[in-house]
Ligand binder design. Structure first.
Ligand code: 3PG
Length: 221
């Protein structure tokens, strides 16, 4: 296996863990561990902590060290420095909103598997040429929603997508029903008010609802 094939295999396993990957904005690193424990208790194991706050790397470090069953990843990665800092903090996967040639070069040199974002078939084809078989479709709803993503299933059958952006419990099933969707991402499992209030039971409930969403691509016959 090439290094890229190994990373794609790792991504396949991580994205298959649950129907939804929560996209989390952590304002206070002290929230990270109880939040992650609540998500895991609700059946959600892969957690994307976005690099949008100064608490993010500490949050990743804490979850990686302390939360059994969690697979913590880093989101909103824009450059090589962030990718390596997140790997050192214990992230097991990385997500970027789009792609840039320099980020892709950095990802080639880094052991952390990257899930890069695309919004067009041309971007998806460029990444396929570099060995990417798992991509984020972003921003999913504004870019064209499940109808656009579904239209790529026949011409690009090698690619599995994690659509993110504008997805919630009400429309997740539209995406999960597509043959080229492995999971969806969304921030609705960890709303800012519940994090600020320390409402871990509420987050566990949201996780439980999300984890129960049906995924035909993963279902065992
Ligand atoms: C992201 O930040 O990656 C997504 O935009 C999350 O989108 P949502 O807040 O619409 O779920």
């Amino acid at each position: 296996m090439t290094p890229q094939e190994t990373k794609q295999q790792q991504l396949a396993e991580i994205l298959a863990l649950a129907a939804v990957i929560p996209v989390v904005i952590v304002e206070d690193a002290r929230h990270a561990v109880p939040m992650a424990r609540a998500l895991v208790a609700g059946g959600i194991r892969s957690i994307e902590v976005t690099l949008r706050t100064s608490a993010a790397l500490d949050a990743i470090r804490a979850i990686a060290a302390e939360v059994e069953g969690a697979v913590v990843g880093v989101g909103t990665v824009l450059d090589a420095t962030q990718l390596e800092a997140a790997r050192q903090a214990g992230a097991r996967f990385a997500v970027s909103p789009g792609t840039s040639p320099r980020l892709l070069d950095a990802a080639d040199d880094n052991a952390l598997p990257l899930l890069p974002g695309v919004a067009t078939a041309s971007e998806a084809m460029s990444l396929l040429e570099r060995g990417y078989r798992h991509l984020k479709f972003f921003p999913a709803v504004p870019a064209g929603g499940h109808k656009l993503l579904g239209a790529w299933a026949s011409p690009l059958p090698q690619i599995r997508f994690c659509p993110t952006g504008g997805i919630s419990l009400t429309n997740a099933a539209d995406f999960l029903a597509l043959p080229n969707v492995i999971c969806v991402g969304g921030s609705w499992l960890t709303p800012a008010d519940k994090l600020a209030a320390g409402d871990w039971a509420g987050i566990e409930l949201l996780a439980r609802e999300a984890a129960s969403l049906y995924r035909p691509t993963i279902a065992v016959p």
